[in-house]
Write a protein that binds this ligand. Structure first.
Ligand SMILES: Nc1ncnc2c1ncn2[C@@H]1O[C@H](COP(=O)(O)OP(=O)(O)OP(=O)(O)O)[C@@H](O)[C@H]1O
Length: 752
């Protein structure tokens, strides 16, 4: 039953100052073991629970913090019942350390190993806060829990529902990719607790009429360092600017931020930094067995395949660096049928599918290929046996979160990290951060090569070839983009072998690599690198397929670029280069270096000049294209540019046709004239008719056929001219009937 609500709203919306005073009173009360005499209503309220440990022992705060069971904490009966129903009895380290502070309303910076129960460490205090404030449906949004990914938000929502089921609060899950945003808009103001991703929350703040967070009591950032990262910076700043500053803020992560700037952004006030495993020997769960293995780039797929085949009874989570990598490995392995269900998860999938895959993987023993979308926070219901990092994580924090998907809470788990010989420095970095990782050598004898099979698959399924090319490009791009240049060096990669290992018949070319190799324009190159770090370039811009022809001239290069860009727009993909005439900005011009050339595809039309010399393809467009040279443009402009270029092409085609027709006409006229002269000769000497045919039957037959054909051609192709000639009644011309008669005569003479 709900307790009666206080009449004045002032009661629950206290100023920060009042809250601090209240906490001081509460603390002094706990310390002295006597209720404070302050006038703050909350301090006079008996705590909801009469737990002897919280109040009646020696009353010390540390003893209060030393409680081991939830039942010992001064929590509401509803929360306790919820915890008991979900079978949570004993607190984990982070819960024991943080709850005594957080339920008193303090800001918390909580850090603890993965799988150590940080979720409850913030779910409990928000329930308690709203409970203490007697929050009701009409009070609107009282708490916001933010998560960097949709899947994690969904998982947090489930925990909240299970632990908070005896409370009367309303809660909603607001995540991107869901179509029912309009329904959400109708109800969002009635919700007390929002579990959301930053993007969706901001969308509601921007679009939902009367969306109101002004009464917010608690803000929680799960995976706080990730949400405070550059990727969410704009969204988060916009959100924070719309939230009241007088609130409690709880930040949790296994790799917590201590950046003063971050804390200032969130207006944290005297936060409690609680890093429960800081002194621990390892930064990762104790039950996690971690190994690293050197795998040359060209053997990674062989190694992964061999690993999967050797662990058919395990639940395996494989991390790759990009969506395209994930898709390629998933699609090809699926066709090769390893003998275990395969699944994939990445950010470009539809939300329902993502959620479906997530729950299927929880239920079924399978292999899940995933990007880092699954690297943080996810608590797969049934333990993941293996975490395989096929591609090296970008830093130690990413490593910790990835391996943290296994060995959660009390369960064990194993992980393996594939390292390229050039990435060995990562091992040192991991060890420096107290990650106990065992370096092992792969047993190459047991390796099952798969590249040959992939090559065959790529021939059979052209779409796989495209996927392979894209996977190739994105991988190299991802390495090139990495900030840690000590570990990641794209120049050290065996590019051709890597391409072959994906089953590609030839190595797609990447201009930026080529230039690096040549060592030309090193200054420009550094600018390219600068501009590509953290920049989501369209990978199709820099990919091409090497047809094996080595020689390319400048014109071809330009044409190729044109063709490539045309392909891109036809596919409707993002094109960020090419543009109008005019001097491009220096920095943008450097991006030109990322472009690569596509060889002219087979079947490209060859144009001849009047002397029958071949013209460079699209020479007429050279000027146009020159002017279109590489400035950063938006998609519409690029489309417009292509429309113009296509028009130009049409004009060129028309001109060619006219020229061709003219030549053919002239030829026909010449032959006709010749034929007429011959006929005159025949008419003059009728007796020679038989002689001619007898002396050179074949030739004459040919000639007749030819003549007949020419006649028919000329009639059909150039009917107008024939009619005109007929009308003109030229002395040289003969009528159609005459010509037919003549042809028949010649034919009958041949037969006879
Ligand atoms: N007090 C507890 N008693 C029993 N199980 C618990 C307790 N607290 C949490 N757990 C369980 O431990 C697992 C991990 O919890 P949780 O997801 O909160 O970890 P986490 O620290 O947030 O991990 P990550 O850093 O990966 O986000 C969950 O399955 C959860 O149900």
């Amino acid at each position: 039953m709900r307790r009666p609500k206080p009449k004045s709203k002032k009661f629950k919306i206290q100023s920060r100052q009042a809250e601090v005073e209240e906490l001081e009173l509460l603390e002094s009360w706990i310390e002295s073991g006597k209720p404070g005499s302050g006038s703050n209503p909350l301090s006079l309220q008996p705590l909801p629970d009469e737990s002897p440990v919280g109040r009646l022992s020696d009353g010390s705060f540390s003893r209060y913090a030393g409680c081991k069971k939830f039942s010992q904490l001064p929590l509401s009966k509803e929360t306790k019942d919820g915890l008991a129903a979900a079978k949570y009895k004993n607190m984990t380290d982070i819960q024991r350390a943080s709850l005594p502070h957080s339920i008193c309303g303090r800001d918390i910076l909580g850090a603890a190993k993965t799988g150590s129960g940080k979720t409850l460490a913030f779910v409990i205090p928000i329930l308690e806060k709203l409970y203490q404030a007697r929050w009701g449906p009409e009070d609107g949004v009282g708490c916001i829990i933010m998560s960097p990914t949709r899947e994690l938000a969904g998982q947090l929502f489930e925990v909240l529902k299970s632990v908070g089921k005896y409370h009367g609060f309303s809660a909603g899950l607001l995540i991107g990719g869901r179509k029912d945003v309009d329904t959400e808009k109708e109800h969002v103001n009635d919700l007390n607790i929002l579990v959301c991703t930053p993007g969706r929350l901001l969308q509601h703040m921007d679009e939902t009429p009367n969306f109101d967070c002004s009464q917010l009591q608690v803000l929680v950032l799960d995976e706080a360092d990730r949400i405070l990262d550059v990727g969410f910076k704009k969204a988060l700043n916009a959100i924070i600017s719309q939230l009241p500053k007088d609130r409690q803020t709880l930040l949790f992560s296994a790799t917590q931020t201590k950046s003063v700037q971050d804390l200032a952004r969130l207006s944290l006030k005297d936060p409690e930094y609680l890093s429960v495993h800081e002194e621990a020997e390892t930064a990762t769960p104790n039950r996690l067995q971690q190994t690293a293995i050197i795998v040359p780039l060209e053997q990674k797929l062989d190694m992964l395949w061999s690993f999967v085949k050797a662990h058919l009874n395990s639940r395996i989570l494989v991390f790759l660096s990009s969506c395209k990598q994930v898709r390629f490995v998933f699609e090809t392995f699926k066709k090769l049928r390893p003998g275990i269900p395969l699944k994939c998860l990445h950010g470009r999938m539809k939300q329902e599918k993502r959620m479906g895959i997530y729950s299927q993987f929880c239920e079924q023993r399978s292999v899940l290929f995933s990007t880092d979308v699954a690297s943080r926070g996810l608590d797969f219901d049934k333990a993941v046996d293996w975490v395989v990092q096929m591609d090296c994580p970008e830093d130690v924090a990413a490593y910790i979160h990835r391996v943290g998907r296994t060995a959660r809470y009390l369960s064990g788990g194993k992980s393996v990290l594939f390292l390229l010989p050039s990435e060995m420095k990562m091992l040192k970095k991991l060890e420096e951060k107290k990650i106990p990782i065992r370096f092992i050598k792969a047993n190459m004898k047991r390796l099952q090569p798969v590249s040959g099979l992939l090559a065959a698959l790529l021939v059979k399924y052209p779409n796989l070839q495209q996927l392979a090319q894209r996977a190739f490009i994105t991988y190299l791009k991802s390495i090139n983009k990495q900030r840690d240049k000590e570990v990641f060096d794209v120049m050290k990669l065996p590019i051709d072998d890597f391409s072959a290992s994906l089953g590609l018949p030839m190595t797609p070319k990447i201009r930026f690599l080529k230039q690096k190799v040549k060592g030309k324009a090193s200054e420009e190159l550094s600018l390219v690198q600068e501009s590509t770090v953290g920049d989501n370039l369209n990978e199709d811009q820099i990919e091409s397929f090497d047809t094996g022809k080595a020689e390319k001239d400048r014109v071809e290069a330009k044409e190729d670029k044109f063709l490539l860009l045309q392909e891109d727009t036809q596919r409707g993909e993002k094109v960020t280069e090419i543009g109008d005439a005019g001097p491009p900005a220096t920095r943008v011009l450097k991006k030109k270096k990322l472009k690569i050339n596509v060889h002219r595809p087979v079947g490209t039309r060859v144009v001849f000049d009047e002397d029958c010399n071949t013209l460079p393809p699209l020479a007429k467009l050279a000027d146009v294209k020159r002017s279109a040279d590489l400035v950063h443009l938006d998609k519409d402009k690029v489309k417009q540019r292509f429309a113009d270029l296509r028009k130009e092409l049409k004009i060129v085609d028309e001109e060619d046709k006219i020229l061709d027709r003219k030549r053919r006409k002239e030829k026909r006229i010449k032959e006709k004239m010749k034929w007429k002269k011959g006929r005159e000769g025949e008419e003059a000497d009728v007796g020679s008719e038989v002689d001619i045919s007898a002396s050179d039957t074949e030739e004459s037959g040919d000639r007749v056929n030819k003549k007949t054909k020419i006649y028919l051609d000329s009639d059909s192709d150039d009917g107008k001219r024939t009619r005109k000639d007929k009308q003109g009644g030229s002395a040289d011309s003969i009528s159609l009937a005459e010509q037919e008669q003549l042809a028949l005569k010649l034919l009958s003479s041949m037969h006879s």
